[in-house]
Design a protein around this ligand. Structure first.
Ligand code: HEC
Ligand code: HEC
Length: 491
């Protein structure tokens, strides 16, 4: 603006010198603008007017956009997110080893990283995960092939970014691990849960190892080296028995003994439990996968230039007319509540109503929670396909479209277009009864109604601004060279 102002002053000076040297009269001005000698000047003047006009309107528009967006962010309580964490290096190092070590799985063929791999955006790149006893242990993503006598895990493996924030109360798509009141938690273990676990994230880490299809294996399984899988022999009901058996396994490895004792200097080997392992895993997850420097986060922290104009337009839609923030709200971009979006049902299903997965209803049996799943947080969402609780969609546009016309999206759903895992195609329930149940349980009221193609583009642009810079390299740096068991590390 300043420079355009000074240029126009210069131009006026030029006119003055060419004129009488005194104040312009109207005649002088007419003379200047009709004289062909001043043709170039006229073009320059017109160009200047356009430039000044443009930069002025841009400043005005930009300012009002930022003001609007900041008002909306304030309205939805979007503030910089607290990272959590603050664990010792020793505890984080132990957690890293445990997270990548297949020793935690009965058959020694599956680690946490199998389904939450840094190269796959802390997910597994699959709609539904392939758990223990795959045909080819060590392969990741689409290359990991399910064993013939095994089932797919019924739900999509979520990303695990930024779970250290004290705002997180719930874990899993149905919040079956959750903080119910300060310091009190519910979990599938009920009274069997070990003491010493202080957040839902740490408690969560107790469960994958107990699940037969995810990590523990079936009774009678042999490890891939041909040994007896002693973890699978423990009864399903005896959770402490399972956790003890894993600890015996881990503490038989001298390097783990040292790592545990450094991570918990106040304890003796006999006092250690799997809760200590879970706490260390949580410490690693927070340390490795908390990133709060996406363009969106930098904008929230106060930098107006962090988002492009198109991203800001998308954000204004997200927090405004499209109403996304009525559920994807606050610093976590989730209300941690459960909604039914009529997502097509697919996969083996869960619990007594399989092949359906009734979601939150399985936990509380409230009819309003039929087919309802926890609103997912959206940081780095552009990198964490497939989407939804069962991976029913593999691109963001389809997800946004599904939100704005769920009924139409459900009716026109084509498994071959959205599911890369061919084995899942025929599991999609497309009968009229299922569609009917999904349609009548749909939570329609807060979903956006009319999104144009341009709206969808803008929202998609905004969702991309939730991705951190150098995503791949920073995530890859969290993979250890080796783990104490000596088993191979997936890369
Ligand atoms: C075979 C695949 C698989 C393995 C192995 C696995 N997970 Fe998961 N993980 C999942 C799936 C699927 C879910 C969602 C399940 C649900 O919501 O019912 C999940 C959920 C989670 C969540 C909850 C995120 C949230 O916000 O709800 C965390 C954290 C997590 N896993 C960490 C771990 C850790 C730590 C390990 C190792 C101890 C592990 N996972 C092993 C598939 C896996
Ligand atoms: C009524 C609450 C609600 C509203 C409003 C809402 N969402 Fe969602 N969103 C959800 C729930 C619940 C899911 C998961 C549904 C499932 O898996 O069954 C979800 C899933 C998603 C996912 C997939 C994320 C993942 O990791 O799988 C994206 C992306 C998303 N929403 C973006 C949006 C956008 C953009 C808008 C606005 C156009 C929006 N949402 C509006 C509740 C909502």
């Amino acid at each position: 603006m300043n420079s355009s102002f000074s240029i126009s002053m210069c131009l006026i000076d030029v006119f003055r010198e060419e004129g009488t040297g005194e104040e312009f009269t109207n005649r002088d001005k007419r003379m200047i603008f009709t004289n062909p000698k001043y043709g170039l000047c006229k073009i320059a003047y017109a160009a200047l007017c356009i430039c000044v006009g443009l930069s002025f309107s841009q400043t005005l528009f930009g300012q009002s956009n930022d003001q609007r967006l900041r008002r909306l962010l304030e309205q939805y309580g979007v503030e910089p997110l607290d990272p959590g964490g603050g664990h010792t290096e020793h505890r984080i190092a132990l957690g890293q080893a445990l997270f990548f070590d297949r020793e935690l799985s009965g058959n020694r063929d599956t680690s946490c990283a199998t389904c939450h791999h840094p190269n796959l955006g802390t997910g597994d790149g699959l709609a539904l995960p392939v758990g223990t006893a795959p045909k080819n242990p060590g392969a990741l993503g689409l290359e990991r092939i399910k064993g013939t006598d095994r089932e797919f895990i019924p739900r999509n493996a979520p990303e695990i970014f930024n779970r250290g924030s004290s705002l997180w109360k719930s874990m899993f798509w149905d919040s079956r691990v959750a903080e119910v009141a300060d310091g009190n938690f519910t979990s599938p273990a009920g009274g069997q849960l070990l003491p010493g676990l202080s957040s839902s994230l740490y408690i969560q880490a107790m469960f994958p190892v107990t699940s037969r299809h995810e990590m523990r294996g079936l009774d009678g399984d042999l490890t891939f080296e041909g040994d007896v899988n002693e973890l699978a022999e423990v009864s399903d009901k005896d959770l402490p028995g399972i956790w003890n058996a894993i600890m015996s396994r881990l503490l038989a490895i001298p390097e783990y003994q040292d790592m545990f004792l450094s991570a918990y200097p106040e304890k003796t080997l006999q006092e250690l439990t799997f809760a200590d392992a879970a706490n260390a895993i949580g410490a690693f997850e927070i340390d490795a996968y908390t990133f709060l420097d996406s363009p969106f986060d930098r904008y929230v922290a106060g930098d107006n230039s962090a988002l492009t104009r198109r991203e800001k337009r998308g954000a204004i839609l997200f927090y405004g007319r499209a109403n996304c923030a009525s559920c994807h709200t606050g610093p976590l971009l989730t209300d941690q509540k459960h909604w039914s979006l009529a997502v097509p049902q697919l996969g083996p299903g869960k619990g007594e109503f399989a092949p359906y997965d009734l979601g939150r209803y399985l936990e509380n049996e409230k009819p309003e929670d039929l087919f309802a799943f926890r609103t997912p947080p959206l940081r780095n969402v552009a990198k964490t396909a497939p989407y939804m609780h069962n991976g029913a969609f593999n691109d963001l546009r389809s997800v946004i479209r599904h939100h704005s016309s769920p009924w139409f999206s459900l009716l026109t759903y084509r498994p071959r277009r959205h599911l890369e895992q061919e084995e899942l195609w025929e599991t999609v329930l497309q009968d009229w009864q299922t569609r009917f149940w999904l349609a009548i349980t749909l939570d329609r009221q807060n979903l956006p109604r009319h999104l144009s193609n341009r709206d969808i583009n803008d929202i998609e642009n905004f969702l991309h601004s939730l991705t951190i810079p150098e995503f791949e390299t920073r995530l890859q740096a969290t993979i250890p060279e080796s783990v104490p068991s000596g088993l191979p590390v997936e890369r």
